[in-house]
Every structure is written in structure tokens, then in C-alpha cells.
Design a binder for this molecule. Structure first.
Ligand SMILES: CCCCCCCCCCCCCCCCCCCC(=O)SCCNC(=O)CCNC(=O)[C@H](O)C(C)(C)COP(=O)(O)OP(=O)(O)OC[C@H]1O[C@@H](n2cnc3c(N)ncnc32)[C@H](O)[C@@H]1OP(=O)(O)O
Ligand code: NDP
Length: 509
């Protein structure tokens, strides 16, 4: 039986979402570990004033591709960009390109999606569901297709507590929903969105569930596999530990906490933090492509790609890195609580009050206030994440274990997705370093300066607290006999307690 690299040798692979976080890691891994792959056709759109070619050439210059570049400086020749806007009819692929793709593609990896939690329903439907349906139609025209791998999310069915590796019937038939929303004005759709998404928290999870169903509908006509990763984080091992390029999910939280901006958030300390490293997801995805093509399972297999059931880690166990970020707003000291009121109290004391003071300082020094605005955006982002950090889910992962059992020993090493070996504290430490190096582009050599800055912040805090105590004393205590009496009473009580403990600890020696 062919190994994974042998299988992909000579194959033409089509990838959507190749410019995204997971797509880039998929392209890199395919080029590095399957060097005989024939060609990667990546569907890309022009964006933000950049042409498709410019975007692809920028992407290939990215540090992520350093190892591939070392192995094969001409690796870019295997990447063939195809212009496509997935929300347009026929995916806006030219007839010539359609012909090219249908003639040669062997494997499709569909990664593209909008992953925003606040996406208007119509747009989320267009991209996550309708584009997927159009892609399935294109796949049906492919003469040599051997596998169609769809990337979903483990949270597509987050309205359930236990999630098996099956497709659950969606609340509404996707085609019917698309037809009925077609004539509706944006504002009407906005009004009825909460009713439609029901017990799901956002349009993202809702449309990903509809997409899964649409994919499964084609299982008799296409060789399909569905991957459901949980919260995808920085890479664990490959191409190097800690690689990450965005603010999504925990990355934004780690950065905001590391900068001393985020000091409190609602999460359940004891709930499982179902993070999954991006390289694990990609290794499983490539293995699933191989398995679908070589073993041809009769129905579409769903792979829950999660860690909680295998190597659980909890939100309360997260200890943020020891390498400080540059120019922190305050000394990092982030806490999580499941209590709404306690969280609101800390938001007031640790977020809003310092932001108010800082903005006052900016105003007085003739600058534009900005901190309150930053905090308002942060609170919006955090409120969208709290649904996921405050509860527990259980995913079965038999298909992931089955797939591991099917791999040859060498493939198990090269395409490792065995998360039992994952050391969480080490992973989180590398993750934090990754956000510093690759998201914020900060240099590790600046760490002594960052530490010095933290010491300065500590001194500012001590000075501020001392001034506050003196102010309170002068304004409230020194002016009233009763307040002075209470103050002396409290101080003498503390003193007595201290002497009592000192005496008892001397006795026990
Ligand atoms: C107290 C701390 C203790 C630490 C331990 C506890 C850790 C708890 C962590 C809990 C994490 C829980 C994570 C759950 C995630 C569930 C995942 C489900 C899995 C999936 O299937 S999908 C992937 C997840 N998707 C997302 O994460 C997307 C969420 N993001 C959004 O929906 C939008 O970005 C958002 C938040 C609505 C903001 O929208 P908007 O205001 O319009 O801003 P933009 O997105 O346009 O971004 C503008 C600009 O800001 C940067 N940005 C975005 N987010 C952050 C951030 N959190 N911090 C800093 N900066 C951020 C963004 O990159 C843009 O920059 P540009 O330079 O490009 O303009
Ligand atoms: N990140 C995570 O934590 C998780 C992600 N997933 C799933 O993994 C997949 C990949 O996610 P991730 O890489 O994080 O997402 P990103 O947002 O990083 O990437 C999304 C990709 O989709 C492309 N895309 C978006 N809209 C269009 C469009 N209209 N036409 C063409 N291409 C488009 C983007 O292209 P462009 O660069 O042009 O915008 C980009 O390449 C998604 O299906 C997501 O649901 C599942 C679980 C967790």
C-alpha cells in the first residue's frame, strides 16, 4: 500500500483558502513532506488593492516557507494560482480554468470560509454554504477526483454536549433557507437571524453545520471526508514550534493579556480548553485525503479533530509565557472567573478605570484619547469568545484513532497527529513566543528592554497607589474624628493579628 507521500506523488491538488491560516500550513506541509506532488492549484482572489499574483508571491516569501525554500528554492513553480471569488456565480472561475481543473485535479481541500463570529447571515451563507455547494458541483465535473476533503469545525454542533462523528440533521434544509433569504432585505435577515440560528451562538457555527449537511448530501457521488478541528492554535512542532499568524481565538487573548490590556475574562477554570495545534490538524487532513482516496470508504467519514477526550487541558491551567511583550500598557496579570458579577467588577476596576485615567492623561497632554475605544473593541471580541470558554463539550474521536491505526510507522511520524504526546505547558509557552515573533513581529533580543519597561510600570503603580492612599487619608480620614477612630481601630487590629501570628510561629519552632 502506498505511503502518504507516495500517494500524493504526481497528483494535482486543488486548495481553497490557501492564503488563510490553515491553508498556508497545508500548502507548506504538502510541498515539504510530499515533494513529488505534481501541482497545487490554489483558488485566490485579489484583495485590498493587491493582485492575485502579488498576494501569492508575498505568501511564498513568508517565514513559514523557510524550510521548503531551503529544500527546493524553486518550490513556487508547483503553485498555480487560479483567480476565484467564492461568493460569485460559478466561483468566478474562468471557463478555461474550469476546463483545466476538471481535467487534472485528483484531490480537493476546501478550507475557505468566513470564520468571523459577527458575520451577517447572508454573507456567511454565501461563503460557507453556497460556495461549498458550487465547489461540490465543480468537483463532480472532475474526471480524476479521488478525494474531496471539507474543513468544518468541531463547534458546528455546539448546541449539543456530546458530539459524535456523524452529520446531524440541520435545523433547516440549506437550499430552502437560501431560496427564502434571497428576496429578503439585509435588515429583515438581521431581524430574523436570532430565530434562525436558535441555540447556536453565531452565524458561523450555524452555517458550518449547514455546509456539512450539503457536503454529506453528495456522498454517493463524491469520495468525501470531513475534518472537524476544535480551537486551532499555533503549531506544535512543524515547520517550527509556535507558528501563528492571526489574532483569532486564544491568540488575541494571549496578546491582549500579554500587553497588560486584558486583565479579566469570563471562562470556566475547570472546563476543557480544547485547543488543537494547526500542524496536527493539517497532518490529519492530509492523512484523511490519502485514506479517502486509497481505501474509498462507502460513506463520508467525519473526523472530530480534538484533544479534550485524549489529552485534556483546562482553561485554569493556562500560564502565560515568561517572555514579556514590548510596550505593555500595564504589567500582565490576567485572571479568569466564571462569575458574571465578579468579572464585571474587575472590568470596571482593571479595564475601565485605568483606561479613563490614561485617556485623561492623553487629553491633558493634547493627544487624542484612545484607550476607552480599544477596551470597547476588546470587550466586544471577548464577549464573542466567552460562550466557548465557559462550557464543556465531549467529542468522540474513533475515526481519528482508526486513521492513526491505518498509517505505516513512518507516516505516523511524518504526519503526526497523536496528541497524547503533547506537553501543554511547553506548547502554551511556544504559542506565546509565536504570537510575539510572528504576529507582533517583535524581536526576542528586545526582551531585556521589555522587562525594564515592566519594572518602570511597577514603579508607576507603587507611586500611584501611595499617592492614592495619601489622597484618601487627607480628604476623607484626616478631616473626620470618627473616620480617624475607625482607621486607628483597623490598624491596631491588624497589628494585634500580626503580633499574635508572630508569637505563635515562635512557639512552634
Ligand atoms: C484573562 C486571560 C487569561 C488567559 C487564559 C484564558 C484564555 C481563554 C481564551 C478563550 C479563547 C476561546 C476561543 C474560542 C474560539 C472558538 C473557536 C471555534 C473554532 C472555529 O471554528 S473558528 C475560528 C475562530 N474564529 C475567531 O476567532 C474569529 C473571531 N473574530 C471575530 O469574529 C472578529 O474579528 C471580531 C472579534 C468580531 C472583531 O471584529 P472587528 O472589530 O471588526 O475587527 P476585525 O476582525 O476587522 O479586526 C480589526 C483589526 O484588529 C485585529 N484584531 C482582531 N481581533 C483582535 C484581538 N482579539 N486582539 C487584538 N487585535 C485584534 C485584526 O487583526 C485587525 O487588524 P488589521 O491590522 O488586519 O486591521
Ligand atoms: N481557525 C480556527 O480556529 C478554526 C478554523 N476552522 C475551519 O478551518 C478553515 C480555515 O480556517 P482559517 O484558516 O483559520 O481561516 P482564515 O480566515 O485564516 O482563512 C480563510 C480563507 O478563506 C478565504 N476566503 C474567504 N472568503 C473568500 C472568498 N469570498 N473568495 C475566496 N476565498 C475566500 C480567505 O482568502 P483571503 O485571504 O482572500 O481573505 C482565506 O484564504 C475554515 O473552514 C474554518 O471554518 C475550524 C475550526 C477552528
Amino acid at each position: 500500500m502506498a505511503s502518504i507521500a507516495e500517494y500524493y506523488a504526481g497528483k494535482s491538488v486543488m486548495i481553497t483558502g490557501a492564503t488563510g491560516f490553515m491553508g498556508k500550513v497545508l500548502v507548506e506541509k504538502l510541498l515539504r513532506s510530499c515533494p513529488e506532488v505534481k501541482a497545487l492549484y490554489i483558488l485566490v482572489r485579489p484583495k485590498a488593492g493587491q493582485s492575485m499574483q502579488q498576494r501569492v508571491s508575498d505568501m511564498m516569501k513568508c517565514k513559514l516557507f523557510d524550510r521548503v525554500r531551503e529544500d527546493d528554492p524553486d518550490f513556487h513553480q508547483k503553485i498555480i494560482p487560479i483567480s476565484s471569488e467564492l461568493t460569485q456565480p460559478s466561483l468566478a472561475i474562468s471557463p478555461e480554468d474550469v476546463q483545466r481543473l476538471t481535467a487534472c485535479i485528483n484531490v480537493v481541500f476546501h478550507c475557505a470560509a468566513t470564520i468571523r463570529f459577527d458575520e451577517p447571515l447572508k454573507h456567511a451563507l454565501q461563503l460557507n454554504v453556497m460556495a461549498t455547494q458550487q465547489l461540490l458541483s465543480l468537483a463532480q465535473q472532475m474526471h480524476h477526483l479521488e478525494a474531496f476533503i471539507h474543513i468544518s469545525t468541531a463547534y458546528a454542533n455546539c448546541n449539543r454536549k456530546h458530539i459524535d462523528e456523524v452529520i446531524y440533521p440541520p435545523p433547516v434544509e440549506p437550499r430552502k433557507l437560501i431560496e427564502s433569504l434571497e428576496w429578503m432585505d439585509e435588515s429583515i435577515v438581521l431581524d430574523i437571524t436570532p430565530r434562525l440560528i436558535g441555540d447556536r451562538p453565531n452565524t458561523y457555527t450555524y452555517t458550518k453545520a449547514l455546509a456539512e449537511y450539503s457536503v454529506q448530501q453528495e456522498q454517493d457521488r463524491l469520495p468525501i471526508g470531513i475534518i472537524r478541528p476544535s480551537i486551532v492554535g499555533a503549531s506544535w512542532q512543524e515547520p517550527f514550534p509556535g507558528w501563528i499568524d492571526n489574532f483569532n481565538g486564544p491568540s488575541g487573548v494571549f496578546i491582549a493579556a500579554g500587553k497588560g490590556i486584558l486583565r479579566t475574562m469570563r471562562a470556566n477554570n475547570d472546563a476543557v480548553a480544547d485547543l488543537i495545534p494547526v500542524d496536527v490538524v493539517i497532518n490529519l487532513t492530509l492523512a484523511a485525503g490519502w485514506y479517502t482516496a486509497v481505501h474509498r470508504p462507502k460513506t463520508a467519514l467525519v473526523y472530530n479533530c480534538t484533544t479534550g477526550g485524549i489529552n485534556p487541558f483546562h482553561w485554569g491551567e493556562i500560564v502565560l509565557g515568561t517572555n514579556p511583550l514590548e510596550q505593555a500598557f500595564r504589567r500582565p496579570n490576567a485572571n479568569i472567573t466564571s462569575n458574571y458579577l465578579i468579572n464585571q467588577y474587575w472590568i470596571l476596576v482593571s479595564h475601565k478605570f485605568p483606561a479613563f485615567i490614561y485617556d485623561l492623561f492623553l487629553r491633558l497632554s493634547g493627544q487624542k484619547p484612545q484607550m476607552m475605544r480599544i477596551f470597547n473593541r476588546l470587550h466586544k471580541a471577548i464577549s464573542l469568545l466567552e460562550y466557548f470558554s465557559s462550557q464543556d463539550w465531549e467529542w468522540s474521536s474513533e475515526n481519528m484513532s482508526m486513521l492513526m491505526g491505518q498509517l505505516a510507522p513512518d507516516d505516523r511520524k511524518t504526519f503526526n497527529f497523536d496528541v497524547r504526546q503533547l506537553n501543554w505547558p511547553e506548547y502554551i509557552d511556544n504559542y506565546c513566543i509565536g504570537t510575539k515573533k510572528y504576529v507582533l513581529n517583535e524581536d526576542m533580543s528586545d526582551i531585556p528592554a521589555a522587562r525594564q519597561h515592566l519594572r518602570k510600570l511597577r514603579n508607576i503603580r507603587y507611586t500611584f497607589n501611595t499617592l492614592l492612599v495619601v489622597f484618601i487619608w487627607r480628604v476623607f480620614i484626616a478631616r473626620s474624628q470618627m473616620a480617624r477612630n475607625i482607621w486607628y481601630f483597623v490598624v491596631s487590629l491588624c497589628f494585634k493579628f500580626l503580633s499574635y501570628f508572630r508569637a505563635s510561629s515562635t512557639l512552634t519552632k
